[in-house]
Design a protein around this ligand. Structure first.
Ligand code: NAG
Ligand code: NAG
Length: 406
């Protein structure tokens, strides 16, 4: 009887124990991380084999994994044709890039908009210290868009479409064919410790381009490129940019706005940025003529300009192509609540501050505070000047050049 009782107790204990273990197991596996090494999917790091199928297979398995998954790309050089990593995934996925990824150079393989794409993914992390080599020199000669409206469209190096709650850090992008990193319809993305480079004369190589996206943070990033370091187009809201070095390049730009109906840009905060020999520093540009839209709550502070051609620039007469009419059409984009605070250094053109607002809708509530910019250019050095049209606003503190708001 005693032994029966003892057996019963042991049995119950075993049952409880094994149930607990099972619960623990499933919990453990549920949140465990699993590595999907591209080498196990047939990738060859020989600098010539196309690895896109191997990478996609690794991604598909990682994406189906219910816990945290990691696609590992070990050191080595991988040729990769255009591909899109598509979600939604069952867990959160990291792409760990240790190696060098190389884009195709054969024009028949150029995808018109994406080299490496992420679509409908949440909880994505892209990191690892590796390189994305867009091999742009093979493609830039096909970019004749300034003369030819039917020009060939070239792919962005990395495109994030409908990606949310994600991080991209410690990744290097070199010689993109077009934009380096393109964000469209994204929310809550942090981009830090990126290193972006392409030659100063490479066409349309924006560093980071943001459209229809919210809550994007960019920090600790170095951008040297042929077009805008960071470009924020329609639908950019709550964008925070800090601790960035830009140059060569065309600066940090908002716009161009006013081409399509219903555009806006709102809540842009740019601070602690150094511009080195860029074409522009901080710029807001709108097409002229244009449809009506609004750019508001834009704050630039603690900005160092080193020989920048247009350090502080609002351009509501933006019309770079010869198709624009020769008159002076006006933009209908309303620019309001814009602050420029603690901006110092040198301008390589005489006009360090140019605020060319629209005669139809003047810029409202523009503030300049503690500005100290001198001219340092081909014709010597000295004081700079400022030029304003249709600006309503105020100024405080140091004002070199003497500002033209009031
Ligand atoms: C981005 O950074 C902010 C704080 O700096 C943090 O609150 C947010 O959760 C981060 N987002 C992601 C996706 O890591
Ligand atoms: C400004 O940014 C630089 C990197 O560009 C960084 O080293 C420095 O710590 C930042 N300064 C502040 C006050 O955050």
């Amino acid at each position: 009887m005693t032994s029966k009782f003892a057996l019963g107790v042991i049995g119950v204990c075993l049952l409880i124990f094994s149930t607990m273990a099972k619960a623990q197991d499933s919990q453990y596996y549920g949140s465990s991380s699993k590595v999907f090494n591209v080498m196990s999917y047939g990738a060859v790091a020989d600098d010539k084999t196309d690895n896109s199928q191997a990478f996609l297979k690794a991604w598909n398995d990682a994406c189906q994994w219910k816990g945290r998954s990691k696609v590992l790309i070990p050191k080595g050089t991988y040729v990769l044709n255009s591909l899109t990593f598509q979600g939604p995934c069952k867990g959160s996925t990291t792409i760990l890039i240790k190696g060098v990824l190389k884009a195709p150079t054969d024009p028949s393989l150029f995808n018109p908009n994406t080299w490496i794409g992420f679509l409908y993914v949440s909880g994505l992390v892209v990191k690892g210290g590796g390189y994305l080599d867009g091999q742009g020199a093979s493609a830039w000669p096909y970019n004749d868009c300034s003369k030819n409206s039917h020009c060939m469209s070239l792919p962005a190096t990395m495109r994030f479409d409908f990606v949310t709650n994600s991080e991209i850090h410690h990744v290097k992008s070199i010689n993109s064919k077009n934009t380096h990193f393109n964000l469209f319809a994204c929310n809550n993305i942090n981009m830090t410790y990126l290193s972006i480079s392409a030659p100063a004369n490479s066409p349309n190589t924006d560093g980071i381009k943001i459209g229809k996206s919210t809550n994007i943070k960019i920090s600790r990033t170095i951008i040297q490129t042929g077009d805008d370091c960071i470009s924020m187009v329609s639908g950019s809201r709550n964008i925070d940019i800090s601790d960035v070095t830009c140059g060569p390049g065309h600066g940090i730009s908002i716009g161009s706005l006013g081409k399509s109906p219903g555009e806006f840009v709102e809540g842009i905060n740019v601070r602690n940025v150094t511009f080195i020999e860029t074409q522009n520093g901080v710029r807001i540009k709108t097409w002229a003529p244009s449809l009506s839209s609004v750019a508001s709550n834009i704050f630039f502070s603690d900005i160092h300009m080193q020989n920048v051609n247009n350090p502080i620039f609002i351009d509501q007469q933006y019309c770079p192509h010869t198709t624009c009419s020769s008159g002076k059409p006006s933009s209908q984009v309303e620019i309001k609540n814009v602050k420029f605070r603690r901006i110092w250094g040198t301008s390589s053109s005489k006009v360090a501050i140019s605020l060319k607002c629209s005669a139809l809708v003047p810029c409202k509530n523009v503030e300049l505070e503690d500005i100290n910019l001198a001219y340092h250019g081909h014709h010597g050095s000295g004081s700079a000047t400022s030029s304003c049209s249709n600006v309503i606003g105020v100024s405080h503190g140091t004002q070199f050049p003497p500002n033209c708001i009031n």
